[in-house]
Design a protein around this ligand. Sequence first.
Ligand SMILES: Cc1cc2nc3c(=O)[nH]c(=O)nc-3n(C[C@H](O)[C@H](O)[C@H](O)COP(=O)(O)OP(=O)(O)OC[C@H]3O[C@@H](n4cnc5c(N)ncnc54)[C@H](O)[C@@H]3O)c2cc1C
Length: 496
Amino acid sequence: MIRNGKDIPDGTVIETQVCIVGSGPAGITAAWYLQKAGIKVTLIEGSRDFRDTNYIPEASWPDKELLYNGTADGLFATNERDFLIRPYAYNTSPSERERVFGGTSTHWGGQSRPLDPVTFEKRAYFPGWPINRQDLDPYYAKAAALCLLDPDFSAEHWAEVLDSDAPHLDGFDTEMYQFIGPNYKVFSTRPFEGPGGITIGESAADVILNASLLEMNHAQGVVDSLRVASMDDRSKKATEFTIKAGIVVLACGAVANAQQMLLSNVGNEYDQVGRYFIGHPIAQYGNTIVSIDGTYLTPSEKRFMDGDTLAGSRSGGAWVGKSGETVEGRFSPNAEQQRALGIGSCWFWAYNGQYYFELAPDPDSRVTLADTLDPVFGQRQTRITWKLSDRDEETYNQTTRLFTQAVAKRHATVTVASWDFLKSKLMVNGHHIGITRMSDDPKQGVVDKNLKVHSLHNLYVAGSSVFPTAGISNPTFTIITLSIRLAEHLIAALAA
Ligand SMILES: Cc1cc2nc3c(=O)[nH]c(=O)nc-3n(C[C@H](O)[C@H](O)[C@H](O)COP(=O)(O)OP(=O)(O)OC[C@H]3O[C@@H](n4cnc5c(N)ncnc54)[C@H](O)[C@@H]3O)c2cc1C
């Protein structure tokens, strides 16, 4: 059932078992599993009801200006000043984050791969995760089934499927990425459990659109109620109501997760909320960072990297799976190189000029509250600061050196842009990671390995804000995986 917060009278108190805040992949996945287990779930989404525009995110952009605006600092100030609300510089679409039913899944790429095992390891400059890849493997398998993807991402498997050879470059892994099929990408409109399934709005979950979380009231380590408000058609506050939930899951997207915790002053006993903003920056479109002169892949290897097959459903074209999913290969430095050099990961496309890499966590890259207020609910806006460190420069220098050497062995030449040039062109690229990170130690992170805020008994956080490191795989497949794991944890906790 979907209802509009505007129709919920002032002062109403809604009681539920679990309240999930935010309807992106993180929130909807958790809501789906919980309601399926018979748990009473209320999913609130701040976006107004844009069903008549088919949830095209652009319809909600005026609201984004009102509710997501803030101050962008550090590298943002020069490279991506309007990061919080507007499309990328030099590119009219898409934008970094959305405030619409379905969240940023309304325009993401659907590119998916589990994080590599090395991402979870503690290494120089990169904190470990309190869980490892094996802990997540069973949930990755469930996420693959949910997203209608092949659970096997290995190069060997795909070389066979594509009737091709996976290329080997010295010091690199050849990694296969799958892209979710077009009908399954937008989480608000996707049918769950395959073709013919129902959407979250048709499930047993109580979905309330136009319901923005304003405050989490808490005392003695428990969130006892949520203050929630709706907007009217003139973009003013309409009604205010209360949700009382046994468990609250914050799934507002990384930046808003930190903002909400700071606004309610929860979980920040050790000044960890908002710190370690990381991601996978990329140079603004049109800037060549890595160029390759010469042929270094055989036709069969090229077919692998392009995800092409002669045996697939489109002869001679891209491989297209049963649900419309496609695949593409990338080169990433292997675990030995990352450990030995103390660098982050990265990927190289087979031919084109882009470079995509993992930032090292830096406490001074962070989200704080600005002194300005939003014009609808009067809440403090966000200030977001993005800095690059010497470690990031080292990742760039070492990985491009390795790639140049590996390709030279195959008799082609690589030319790379200077670090200063790359730095001047970087934009965040939609992957907002860190800022409420997972750690066993409350002095080093905000949530524990079950995603529960350390200092609160019933507040959990979902989304990439809980990742301690970014790895190189796109984050959403892991976000979905962690939300399935969180739902199973909550189902067990509620049963107990
Ligand atoms: C251009 C682009 C391309 C991308 N491509 C890929 C890709 O190919 N692969 C990949 O893995 N990832 C990709 N991503 C990233 C992906 O979109 C995000 O990782 C994912 O959407 C995050 O999911 P989420 O549920 O945590 O947050 P979101 O999807 O951002 O959803 C958060 C929701 O919370 C709501 N909300 C916020 N504040 C409040 C509040 N106070 N009260 C109530 N609700 C609130 C918002 O309205 C929103 O609906 C891409 C991102 C961009 C920008």
